[in-house]
Design a protein around this ligand. Structure first.
Ligand code: 48F
Length: 254
């Protein structure tokens, strides 16, 4: 087969242009490709929701790749074991109720499940603002290439419309902060000290709609809710992503 460089370039441009255009109007945007965001996007897509997973970095996976202090292993407790099974992630039982998995396998398999189910991943894309109109809720996201932000260039962004947005941006809870900065009535209590049991127990009660159209998940939920942190135990992240997805599935049915 004879190869033509321009055909290769045209294939990339035309395909991504088609996808981006199609995804300017979606059911749900999940911002942040860490464990909670991937889980949320995967379960949404598996339930037929048109979902975009938006990640500012080149790679998806957030804080899961590095395991604990760069030992590429994560711990997941009994309550979330079924989600490891759901994604086909292998694990061993270290002690009763403590399951250990490869962080690399956990990212890869959960992300593969999201892609297989039809979630569209936009990496290298930063959410820099939200759309809030007369109904007072988040109805869209303002996006730009991460490289534009990194270079400090003054280039206007593009906008996508969403029915619901998930802030899965981790400890920084970036989307919640954007809403508050622009005057949205949203209280951000801030993350507490390390206390794994408390953080993992309470994360589901913090996974909720904190502003019309905006659900917080993962560490963003604990940061907004004033909850403690948990370190390299990931069950709460997976369960929080699942809860956010289930809330959205129910909401979209109405
Ligand atoms: O931090 P992150 O992995 O979030 P998470 O799902 O999981 C937290 C754990 O990794 C760990 C922990 C639990 O054991 O404490 O820290 O809550 O992933 C968040 C992702 O969001 C991206 C960021 O690059 C990261 O990959 N992100 C942050 N701000 C933006 C963003 C933004 N404005 N636009 C797009 N992506």
């Amino acid at each position: 087969m004879k190869l033509d460089e321009v055909t290769i370039s045209r294939a990339i441009l035309s395909e991504q242009h088609k996808i981006m255009t199609e995804y300017l109007d979606i059911d749900c945007a999940v911002v942040g490709g860490g464990p909670s965001g991937i889980t949320c996007a995967a379960i949404l897509a598996q339930n037929g929701v048109k979902v975009a997973l938006i990640e500012k970095k080149l790679s998806i996976g957030g804080g899961m790749w590095g395991g604990g202090m760069m030992f590429p292993r994560i711990v997941v407790q009994e309550e979330a074991r079924r989600l490891l099974d759901h994604f086909g992630i292998k694990y061993t039982e270290y002690e009763k109720g403590y399951y250990v998995a490869s962080s690399v396998e956990a990212v890869s398999k959960s992300l593969a499940a999201a892609c297989d189910a039809g979630a569209e991943v936009f990496n290298l894309t930063t959410v820099e603002d939200v759309v809030v109109k007369e109904d007072g809720g988040v109805s869209g996201l303002v996006i730009n290439w991460t490289a534009v932000e990194m270079a400090g260039l003054h280039i206007d962004p593009l906008t996508m419309r969403t029915k619901v947005t998930v802030d899965a941006t981790g400890h920084d809870s970036m989307i919640a902060h954007m809403v508050r900065k622009k005057g949205g009535a949203l209280e951000i209590k801030g993350e507490g000290f390390m206390w794994a049991e408390r953080a993992e127990t309470n994360i589901l009660s913090h996974t909720k709609e904190v502003f019309p159209g905006l659900i917080v998940a993962g560490m963003a939920a604990n940061a907004v809710g004033g909850e403690t942190r948990m370190g390299p135990i990931f069950g709460g992240m997976l369960l929080s992503g699942e809860k956010a997805a289930n809330m959205i599935i129910e909401r979209l049915k109405k």
